[in-house]
Design a protein around this ligand. Structure first.
Ligand SMILES: C[S@@+](CC[C@H](N)C(=O)[O-])C[C@H]1O[C@@H](n2cnc3c(N)ncnc32)[C@H](O)[C@@H]1O
Length: 237
């Protein structure tokens, strides 16, 4: 069955992707998820395209924008957005199951401050997001790609960190959380190489109480993994 509406990109072309941080798998959608695509795409889904987004036009206001990359099932996206009604959230995910779940919740509850994009976040940032326009990035439990031969698939690498930094407003932040110790160390090292970013905690950050526990975090905690938080900010000069 053709599930993919024009506004929901089916695939970021593998050959074009700079970092292959995800593998797309076929996924069966429940009727409510298909219905969500039909009912709510026009209002809440932004198609991938060559144009730089005008946030004011997208959200209908001038509130600051936070971009979440890889929101999974979107539970924490929704919780955080409801705690911060005066902040806009652009939620990017390639996993269609989670994407349609969040879309259904956003549509049914008429949540005003979330928009969704289903596409490779690297390309979205490169193409659709203007420089110095984003208040913060939330990247919660990015795929750890534990095997050494797969480390190159990890999202947090120097080039991507540089891209994130360019998109932040002065004083904006990048907030990453992982249960994979060695990836957490890599995050600290990578961000430390970007001259415009600084780490106010000089290492891992204390936990932020406003961040709800995510699905992947539950799994990590079940395996007794340590959760590390990384918070860096863009310098104001
Ligand atoms: C390990 S899951 C974590 C999901 C959620 N943040 C959580 O903590 O439960 C990582 C998610 O990132 C998504 N992802 C990976 N690379 C991505 C990319 N380049 N663009 C958009 N989403 C991506 C995957 O599809 C996956 O759902």
């Amino acid at each position: 069955m053709a599930l993919i509406l024009p506004r929901v990109e089916s695939k970021a072309e593998d050959g074009r992707r700079s970092v292959k941080s995800f593998v797309l798998r076929r996924s069966r959608l429940a009727p409510y998820q298909k219905e969500a695509l039909e009912l709510y795409s026009d209002k809440y889904v932004i198609p991938f395209g060559p144009e730089v987004l005008d946030f004011e036009q997208v959200f209908g206001n001038t509130n600051p924008v936070i971009i979440e990359i890889g929101f999974g099932m979107g539970h924490s996206t929704q919780r955080i957005a409801s705690q911060m009604p005066l902040t806009n959230f652009l939620a990017i995910e390639v996993f269609i199951n989670g994407f349609t779940k969040l879309l259904a919740n956003v549509g049914r509850n008429e949540i005003q401050n979330i928009r969704l994009i289903r596409f490779d976040a690297v390309e979205v940032l490169q193409t659709m997001i203007s420089q110095s326009s984003v208040l913060g990035f939330h990247i919660f439990f990015p795929d750890p790609w534990p095997k050494k031969k797969h480390h190159k698939r990890r999202l947090i690498q120097k080039e991507f960190a540089q891209l994130l930094a360019e998109k932040l407003v002065a004083g904006g932040y990048i907030y990453c959380v992982t249960d994979w110790q060695e990836y957490a160390d890599q995050m600290l090292e990578v961000f430390a190489t970007i001259p415009t970013l600084y780490n106010p905690h000089n290492g891992f950050s204390p936990p932020h109480s406003w961040r709800p526990t995510t699905n992947f975090e539950e799994k990590g905690l079940h395996k007794r993994h340590i959760i590390n938080e990384v918070w860096v900010e863009k310098s104001r000069e």
